[in-house]
Structure formats: C-alpha cells, structure tokens
Design a binder for this molecule. Structure first.
Ligand SMILES: NC(=O)c1ccc[n+]([C@@H]2O[C@H](COP(=O)([O-])OP(=O)(O)OC[C@H]3O[C@@H](n4cnc5c(N)ncnc54)[C@H](OP(=O)(O)O)[C@@H]3O)[C@@H](O)[C@H]2O)c1
Length: 292
C-alpha cells in the first residue's frame, strides 16, 4: 500500500485541489432524506465549521430534500469561500421519504430531466457553473453514452465543469469515458463493504477520485465493538479509525463522512491525524472482515 500523505490534496479533474477530508451533506435533511433539517441553524453551523476546519469539498444532490440540501448549503456558505468545490448530483427523482422497505427514488437520465436538474441546481446553489456534476445513478433504460452526451453538452456550454459517476462498475466507467472525461466515481465502500475494490484500483490507475459513500457504514462503524481495542491503542475513536483506514487505503480516496453534529464533524476531521500501522491495518481487516 505504501505511505499515503493524508494532508496532500487531491486535484479533481487534475485541477481543483481538495482536502481529502470532505463533507457529505445528506444528513442535513429531514427524516428519510425528505424535507429540510429539523434544526436549520445547526445545519448551517455544521457547514460553516467544516469550512473553518479546512474542508473544501462538499457533496450534495438535488434529491436530498429534494432541493432543501442545496439551499441549506447556499444559505450557510454563500458567498462561497475561494477554493470551495461543491459536488452535486442529478439523475434521480425522489417521490417521498426513504424508508427501510422503499428508498423512494427512481432514475431519470433523459436530456430533458438532466438539463432541468442542472438548471435547478445552478439556481439553488446560486452558481454559474457547477464544479463537479455527478450522475447519481445510471438510468436502466437510457444507455450511459446518451446521458453522458448530455453532460458533455452541458460542460461545453459552461454549466458544469467536471463530471462524476455514482454506483458504477469498471465497464460502465469505460463506456462513459468513451464520451467524455470522468473526474470522480462515488460508490459505496468502507471497512466492511469492499465489493468495489476493482473500481478503486481502476480509479487510482486513471487519476479519477474515488469517493466512498457510507464511509462509516451509515454510522455502524462509529459504534463497532470489534474495533474498540485498536481505536484505544491509536488514541482515536472507532469512527476515526474507520476513516483513517480509508485515507490510508488509497491516495485517490476523498472522504465525505456525513453528520449533523459539530462534535462528530470535528472528530471525523481529526481522523486526518490518526496514523494506523501496517499491523493495525492487518488486524482491522481480519477482525472486521469483508461482509460485502
Ligand atoms: N452516491 C450515493 O448514492 C450516496 C448514497 C448515500 C450517501 N451519499 C453521500 O455520502 C455521504 C455519507 O453517507 P452517510 O451520511 O449516509 O453515511 P456515513 O457517513 O457512513 O454515516 C453517517 C452516520 O454516521 C453518524 N456519524 C458520523 N460521524 C460520527 C461519529 N464521529 N461518531 C458517531 N456517529 C457518527 C451520523 O450521525 P450523526 O448525525 O449523529 O453524527 C450518521 O448517522 C452522504 O452525506 C452523501 O453526501 C451518497
């Protein structure tokens, strides 16, 4: 694995330097990712604290709320500090709150939908160009090449700058790259969910940022009994160990842990200072196992 400098920035699309500890804003919505957060003052405070602590990459999506999450980011941070990169997403439609049985979303990668989504995100975020625009999911009835053609046109029109994908395999990334450059891939990945290791390796080889979603396994890794002893030995919390493991896994990984708590935010950013030894990493991987 080699030494990875955690403080080194990753240049998205080879040109936008971001701290490898970003922030995922999805938790700053109502229950089931539906509606605005219960405590809007707190949501704005979390976002401002993230910036204060050096975060300059924020992940959001038009379906978080829907719409409310992008507005919360604008309300908290506009006018945006220099160097802030906001990555948003389009291509999904949310009909209602997510529940355990029904995530409440459907895919739409049509030109009409994507163009409307980009215009909406530009308006809500009060931006003239979106630095990173990610296809949230591939529409099963529209070939990825067709949707990427729309993204390429939007890029050429100056509405979006770099393009990312989410929940994709290597073959899908290659099909997308036959149409335009891909700067980022956002797939589920964490200590216990490692089925996308081939995608991570591909991203690393091709200078594509790999942005694991659910880096804390939706919070379960912050409560892991199995990791307790290693965390204690490192003088860290289990959440920090889970995040440090990802940071050390690959220099192409950019983290977007989600939290609605300033205390957890500060703790998560502190993972940049946690150093896991090779023995710790072996023990963690053995102990927690790959449950994917
Ligand atoms: N591309 C996609 O399809 C996709 C899907 C899901 C998510 N995402 C993105 O990925 C980001 C991260 O995912 P996520 O927020 O669902 O999951 P996550 O980062 O794995 O975990 C978030 C959960 O962990 C808790 N938590 C965070 N830090 C903690 C700490 N230090 N100690 C204890 N608990 C802690 C949070 O609760 P508290 O609020 O109490 O801290 C929250 O319940 C999202 O914000 C979103 O931007 C993308």
């Amino acid at each position: 694995m080699g030494m990875v400098t955690k403080s080194a920035k990753f240049k998205i699309g080879g040109e936008l330097p971001v701290c490898r500890m970003g922030y995922g804003a999805m938790q700053l919505t109502g229950p089931g990712v539906w509606g605005p957060p219960d405590d809007e003052d707190n949501a704005r405070a979390v976002l401002r604290r993230a910036i204060e602590l050096g975060v300059n990459f924020i992940d959001t999506a038009d379906v978080y709320g829907p719409d409310d999450n992008e507005r919360t980011i604008r309300d908290a941070l506009y006018p945006y500090p220099a160097g802030l990169v906001i990555g948003t997403k389009g291509g999904l439609v949310r009909a209602g709150p997510a529940t355990r049985e029904n995530p409440g979303i459907s895919m739409n990668g049509s030109e009409r939908h994507i163009r409307g989504a980009v215009e909406g995100s530009l308006r809500k975020l009060k931006l003239e160009c979106i630095d990173l625009y990610q296809l949230h999911r591939i529409d099963p009835v529209i070939p990825i090449e067709e949707t990427m053609g729309v993204f390429r046109a939007l890029r050429d029109e100056g509405k979006i700058r770099h393009v990312g994908l989410s929940e994709v395999g290597v073959e899908e990334i290659e099909r997308a790259r036959s149409v335009l450059e891909i700067a980022t891939v956002q797939n589920v990945y964490n200590l216990v969910t490692r089925m996308h290791e081939d995608v991570l390796a591909y991203c690393e080889q091709n200078m594509i940022a790999f942005i694991p979603f659910w880096p804390l396994h939706s919070g379960h890794l912050a409560r892991s009994e199995a990791m307790h002893d290693i965390a204690k030995r490192c003088g860290a919390t289990t959440a920090q160990v889970a995040l440090a493991w990802l940071l050390q896994k690959s220099p192409s990984i950019i983290l977007i842990p989600g939290t609605s708590s300033i205390e957890h935010l500060e703790q998560n950013i502190g993972a940049l200072d946690v150093e896991l030894s090779a023995a710790d990493i072996d023990a963690l991987e053995l102990m927690v196992g790959n449950q994917s």
